[in-house]
Design a protein around this ligand. Structure first.
Ligand SMILES: [Zn+2]
Length: 123
């Protein structure tokens, strides 16, 4: 199984896609997590390290809008989006364990989930 390398839109660190948080823009402009059940849905994607500092930087300095907006309005509330990401990653970790997914994918999602546990608190 090969895993493509992606770049964090905030700090520009490159990492395997599975080790990064993934966001997508829905048709209506809403920004949502691209994890779990929506992981394979269509749409433009943006990737982030599982660190609050990268998330905040992406929101504050406009990297998220540049990556996903491309001239279109985005709809998201930073606090809701951060919480939704945490929930989506935890949900994906539970689902992968049940479905016998590839071990590397499971380990990566558990690492993402643990990262959220270390970064409790409001955005
Ligand atoms: Zn980063």
């Amino acid at each position: 199984m090969t895993d493509p390398v992606r770049m964090c839109i905030a700090c520009r660190t490159r990492a395997p896609q599975r080790a990064l948080l993934s966001l997508r823009r829905r048709r209506d402009g809403a920004v949502v997590p691209a994890h779990g059940r929506t992981r394979h849905a269509d749409g433009r994607r943006a990737y982030l390290c599982a660190r609050r500092s990268c998330f905040e930087q992406a929101v504050r300095k406009g990297a998220l809008v540049r990556a996903l907006g491309r001239g279109r309005a985005l709809r998201f509330d930073p606090k809701d989006l951060w919480n939704a990401l945490a929930e989506a990653v935890r949900d994906e970790a539970r689902t992968l364990a049940r479905t016998g997914a590839h071990r590397r994918r499971i380990d990566a999602v558990h690492a993402l989930s643990a990262a959220f546990d270390r970064e409790e608190g409001d955005v």
